[in-house]
Structures are given as structure tokens and as C-alpha cells.
Design a protein around this ligand. Structure first.
Ligand SMILES: [Zn+2]
Length: 340
């Protein structure tokens, strides 16, 4: 199921994400030796339509075609089949960034075990998983442990850092068991600024000899904690601008991402007096009533909150979630509180 390579195959760097399938039979690990032995792991295309990671790697590998890499690399080119169709995942496939907990039985778990078994045999320096959003978001880095090394890795990409532990089936959380690990959110697919930013970040990681051990001071980062995942109820029909749906999105609702909203803010419309949203906290409790209420068809926020990952794409809202809710954490205090 997993293809293992020790070199960049001929023709690979000429392929865009949709064309990779002409060179790679499926999910592929490529191990490349560099001057420093400890391996930088980079995964791209866990979501087949999020092409920024592949574009950044393509450009980076072209740059190093005739010279040694500063550090060994292990590249995981994930959902090649979905990338060929420009889809997040194909019908019948699991979401490739929701399979890394290896509990239960999904068809992708043998692949996950193969990848993790390969990685367990390597001396890993850091792990980077590169994604895009579908809505308007700043570039930011996500971590799953409030550890100084993780914070330094994330800060190399952005001063905006999001800490989360749910969903817990993501690759960056699995990789956190081995080394400092980060998920990059590089804006929307197709934006060249995201590609350049991701490539510069990987370059910086390739040249980094070690992570500083000191705690990052508060003025250096904006750290947010994801406290809830918001979903539209499974039986609710999603529409736009308040007409005839169980849940209607605000026009340009994705502009609310990373905006601190006061209590009493409008957060969409309900087709009736029933709240069409669910919110799940880190312990898996349903707590939507803490954050939202319905008043004359308007969904109103009850507490100050800050959303991220709001998207206007109904398919993504259905497949994944409507958004996450975040609160600000004082970085230095948080690192000391959670540090191992
Ligand atoms: Zn993604």
C-alpha cells in the first residue's frame, strides 16, 4: 500500500499535485540523506486539494537537485489519488488527517501503521504537516503540546500559534510522540505567498542545528487554545443569507476567522427556534448552549469567542466542521504549566 523510495523519481518534480499519480502509484515515503543525520519529516497532500505543501517541496527539491541537503529529509506524499481529482478525499476514503490514532478499523489503518513503523526506525528532528484552509485565515502553525521546542518550531513559521488536542486523530499529534511537531496552515490553495512562506520555513528547519530550550516570552507569540469544535447538526440543511435552510451562513462569514467576537454577535440564522449547531469540547461533551442561543431566527453568541477555519464551502462544513472556537493563552505561563 505504501511505496518506499530513496531518491526523487524521474519526472516527479515536473508534476503538479494532480499529475503525481502518473509517477507515484499511491501514498509514498521518500527518504533523502542530508549532511545532518537527524531527519526532518514533511507530509503533504493529506488533503488532496491542499496543494501548497507539494508546490513548496517541489520548489525546494529543485533547488537542491545538484547539491547536498543540509539535513536528511523524509517526505510523505499522502493522498495522491484524491490530489488527482482535486479533492480533499475521495468518496469512500477516510479523511487522511483523521486516521493517525490507529484505533477502530478504517481501510487506511494498514497504511498508517506502515508509515509509523518506518518513522519509528528513524532519528527524527522535527515533523511538519502542510495544509491549506478553504476560508480566509492568516497563516498560522498548530501544535498539540505546549512544549518549548514545539513552540520554537511553530514560531519559525508564524507568531500566530494554535494549540489543540481535538481532533486527536491528526498526523501532527501522532508525530508529537517522536519529535517536535507542527501543522502549517498556509492560507488558501493556489496562493503563491503560501508556497513561498512554506518553502522558506522548511529551509529554515533544514539549517537549524537544534531547538532553543528556553520558554518563548509572551511578546513573541499570539497563542490560542482551541476549546471547541462546532458542527452543523447532521440533519440540518445548510444555506446562505437566511432563506429556507435550517442553518444559514453569514455572507463573508470566513472574515470572522481570528477575530475576537464580543457576546451578542450574530453567527448565522436558524430556520426555527432550534439551534442547528453542535459544539464539542476537548472531552467530547456537547456544549453548544454555552456559546450560542437562537433569538427570532438569529444565532447569537453568548460569550466572547474567536473562530478559526470558518469556511463557506458546504462540502467541507459537512465533511469536517463549521469552525473551531478558540481562546487566548498567555504563552510563557502555558508552557510552564504544561511542560513535561
Ligand atoms: Zn488540510
Amino acid at each position: 500500500m505504501l511505496t518506499l523510495l530513496d531518491e526523487v523519481p524521474a519526472g516527479l518534480l515536473q508534476c503538479d499535485a494532480r499529475q503525481l499519480i502518473s509517477v507515484l502509484p499511491g501514498p509514498t515515503l521518500i527518504r533523502l540523506a542530508g549532511k545532518r543525520e537527524e531527519v526532518l519529516f514533511i507530509s503533504v497532500l493529506l488533503h488532496g486539494n491542499e496543494i501548497t505543501g507539494w508546490e513548496a517541496l517541489r520548489s525546494l527539491l529543485s533547488h537542491y537537485r545538484d547539491k547536498p541537503l543540509p539535513r536528511s529529509l523524509c517526505l510523505f506524499i499522502a493522498n495522491v489519488a484524491a490530489a488527482a481529482e482535486g479533492q480533499r478525499c475521495l468518496p469512500g476514503q477516510a479523511d487522511y488527517n483523521r486516521i493517525w490514532k490507529v484505533e477502530g478499523v478504517v481501510a487506511e489503518h494498514p497504511l498508517v501503521r506502515e508509515v509509523l513503523a518506518e518513522l519509528a526506525g528513524m532519528r527524527l528532528f522535527g515533523a511538519i504537516d502542510i495544509h491549506n484552509n478553504s476560508g480566509m485565515n492568516p497563516h498560522y502553525a498548530c501544535i498539540n503540546r505546549l512544549d518549548a521546542h514545539f513552540m520554537h518550531l511553530a514560531r519559525l513559521f508564524s507568531r500566530t500559534i494554535v494549540y489543540f488536542i481535538q481532533p486527536d486523530e491528526v498526523m501532527s499529534l501522532a508525530m508529537a510522540a517522536y519529535c517536535p511537531s507542527v501543522t502549517l496552515e498556509c492560507g488558501q490553495p493556489g496562493e503563491s505567498t503560501g508556497v513561498v512562506h512554506a518553502q522558506e520555513f522548511v529551509e529554515a528547519c533544514l539549517h537549524l542545528s537544534a531547538f532553543p530550550a528556553h520558554v518563548l516570552p509572551d511578546k513573541e507569540v499570539d497563542l490560542f487554545h482551541t476549546v471547541a469544535t462546532v458542527k452543523v447538526k447532521p440533519d440540518a440543511h445548510i444555506g446562505f443569507a437566511g432563506v429556507g435552510a435550517d442553518f444559514s451562513l453569514l455572507p463573508d462569514m470566513d472574515k470572522l476567522n481570528f477575530t475576537e467576537l464580543p457576546a451578542g454577535s450574530l453567527f448565522g440564522w436558524s430556520g426555527g427556534e432550534r439551534l442547528p449547531l453542535q459544539a464539542w469540547d476537548e472531552q467530547g461533551r456537547e456544549i453548544a448552549a454555552r456559546y450560542f442561543e437562537v433569538h427570532k431566527g438569529e444565532i447569537i453568541t453568548r460569550t466572547p469567542l474567536m473562530p478559526s477555519m470558518l469556511s463557506l464551502n458546504r462540502e467541507i462544513i459537512r465533511q469536517d466542521c463549521l469552525c473551531y472556537l478558540m481562546e487566548r493563552l498567555p504563552p510563557a505561563q502555558a508552557q510552564q504549566k504544561y511542560a513535561d
